[in-house]
Design a protein around this ligand. Structure first.
Ligand code: NAI
Length: 320
């Protein structure tokens, strides 16, 4: 079996001082990539800063014979993103891989949501991905090669209580991924996303409350702890590394990864219901047909969806 390697390549992994990002960085470095280990080093909710985690992971990589440099800038500002990319260029002269992984979490019911809750969540997850990707993208376009892996979340894709800001930022990254996949295609840049499930300090915070916002009882907690013992973050890294590899054939896709299982999330479109003089009552009366998942399709882009709509119109019986 040929080993997938990254010799001669340079990767930036944001939020690589802890949890998932640390494992992504360790795996890429162990397969030959030179890695910029970026991490601001704040708390799980985004307070404070500490150079320790990024430096510790960079040291860990070097101790194992790999090449890594620590960077402690925040992804949440335009300047931060530019400095992170400049660090890669100054240290290693190129960028082939960008893993947008940095993240924070803080549960807030929507009725209590203030700008102080909302802004950091959007700044770190959504704008942060823009701030690092834009300067990296220029380099990738220029060299005609790149791999970008974004980190989304089932909390946004599927829903989860008290995370409207987090979920909105995370699903914003799906739009980001889909559009960049289209935009990068001509430049041999592939862009995919993962929705990880892993026992990190972030999951521990999320688990302190049940998914529906209630406190977990001891039986639930015991069950959750049994599950989390299987959720080694190292088991998500192979999915990220494959999506970051030159051999990765896919782009614009979302993979859920946890405990060694990998699966794909996709956006399906039901066949739907068509009537040229559609009324509000038609929607009520045909809701089951509109929602029926039989024969759904997965349009490849927004143009593909419009093509399907035009087909449905063309296939409908002409009025007498
Ligand atoms: P973690 O808290 O262990 O690691 C996140 C890292 O990002 C931390 O080291 C933190 O210092 C860093 N970071 C935060 N803000 C930053 C900023 N502004 N600039 C640079 N670095 C910053 O959490 P975990 O679980 O490893 O999360 C990694 C990513 O995976 C996040 O984007 C998270 O939202 C996502 N995720 C995690 C899930 C899980 O089950 N652990 C589930 C779904 C998504």
């Amino acid at each position: 079996m040929t080993e997938l390697r990254f010799d001669g390549q340079v990767a930036i992994v944001t939020g690589a001082g802890n949890g998932l990002g640390r494992h992504h960085a360790l795996l890429l470095a162990s397969r030959g990539a030179r890695v910029v280990v970026n991490d601001l080093g704040g708390s799980v909710t985004g307070d404070g800063a500490d150079a320790g985690p990024a430096e510790a992971v960079a040291r860990e990589i070097r101790d194992q014979g790999g090449e890594a440099v620590a960077d402690t800038h925040s992804v949440a500002t335009r300047e931060g993103g530019e400095v992170i990319v400049r660090t890669a260029l100054k240290t290693y002269g190129q960028i082939d891989i960008l893993v947008n992984n940095a993240g924070i979490v803080r549960d807030v019911p929507l009725s209590d949501m203030t700008p102080d809750d909302l802004d950091p969540m959007i700044d770190v997850h959504l704008k942060g991905a823009f701030y690092v990707t834009v300067p990296a993208w220029r380099v990738m376009r220029e060299q005609g090669y790149g791999r970008v892996v974004n980190t989304t979340s089932s909390a946004g894709i599927l829903g989860s209580t008290h995370k409207s800001h987090y979920g909105a930022a995370k699903t914003g990254l799906i739009g980001f991924t889909r559009v960049l996949a289209v935009e990068g295609a001509a430049h041999n840049i592939r862009v995919n996303a993962i929705a990880p499930i892993a026992a990190t300090r972030m999951l521990a915070v999320t688990m302190a409350e049940g998914d529906n916002g209630r406190r977990l009882d001891p039986a639930d907690l015991a069950m959750m702890h049994a599950v989390t013992s299987k959720l080694d973050p190292a088991l998500v890294a192979p999915v990220v590394a494959f999506l970051a590899h030159e051999d990765c054939p896919v782009t614009g896709e979302i993979y859920t990864a946890g405990a060694g299982q990998v699966a794909r999330f996709f956006t399906g479109r039901t066949k739907g219901y068509y009537r040229p003089d559609l009324s509000i009552e038609d929607v009520r009366d045909h809701l089951a047909e509109i929602r029926d998942e039989t024969g759904y399709t997965v349009p490849e882009d927004s143009g593909g969806e419009i093509a399907q709509l035009l087909q449905a119109i063309a296939a409908s019986p002409k009025p007498a």
